[in-house]
Write a protein that binds this ligand. Structure first.
Ligand code: SF4
Ligand code: SF4
Length: 199
């Protein structure tokens, strides 16, 4: 479905070029959380349009500038957008953020799936001292159960290191760093599972 026109608002700005995003996609095309299809463990619950109780319609926010990798005419994606100021984003975020919903695993295009899909079940986390870590996505923040998280199944080292490398690059962008800092501050008092680097 074509995205609605956002005539009077500007997309949130980004210092990550389209070329850099394309290189990041290519790097992440080569790695997966585990060998084989982990969707077989759970019926690909993280890729379904609704949560387990069918009460919440799931989708994915794109990072600032990531929309440039898409035509917005993709027949497997539904596009929407909102003002960052009206949603749960850092104060520094002003402008349009894109939110997309896919048709699910049957029509997923691996090479063009959004970044947020590619890192899961890892998330970037900044310590109070500003050190970047990859952590397991906190289970209690999800509307479904991921077996990789619940059973702490060991993840591929290539996947972990590629995710870390990419996030080190992404947080060079001040707004993306603000987002990671915002999410990290929110969860600092929770029990977290640190994956990489080990400290
Ligand atoms: S990442 Fe977790 S929830 Fe998603 S398909 Fe794999 S095992 Fe299932
Ligand atoms: S784009 Fe692909 S990986 Fe992402 S939620 Fe949809 S089916 Fe899953």
């Amino acid at each position: 479905m074509r995205v609605q026109r956002e005539s009077y608002m500007s997309p949130i700005r980004s210092t990550i070029s389209v070329r850099a995003y394309a290189a990041i996609y290519r790097l992440l095309n080569r790695v997966s959380p585990v060998d084989g299809d982990c969707g077989l463990l759970c019926g690909s619950v993280c890729c379904r349009a609704e949560d387990e109780d069918r009460t919440q319609n799931l989708g994915i926010y794109l990072l600032p500038g990531e929309d440039a990798l898409f035509t917005k005419d993709e027949d497997w994606l539904e596009w929407d957008f909102s003002r960052a100021e009206d949603s749960d984003f850092p104060d520094s975020w002003n402008g349009i953020v894109y939110f997309i919903k896919c048709e699910g695993p049957d029509t997923c295009r691996r090479e063009t799936r959004p970044l947020q899909c590619r890192f899961f079940p890892l998330a970037p986390h900044l310590t109070k001292e500003g050190q970047l870590n990859m952590i397991l996505y906190p289970d209690n923040a999800l509307p479904y159960r991921c077996p990789l998280i619940k059973n702490k199944i060991p993840l591929s080292q290539d996947f972990i290191k590629a995710s870390y490398t990419v996030w080190r690059r992404l947080i060079d962008d001040p707004l993306i760093r603000d987002l990671v800092e915002y999410d990290s501050a929110y969860r600092r008092k929770s029990k977290l599972t640190f994956i990489y680097p080990h400290r």
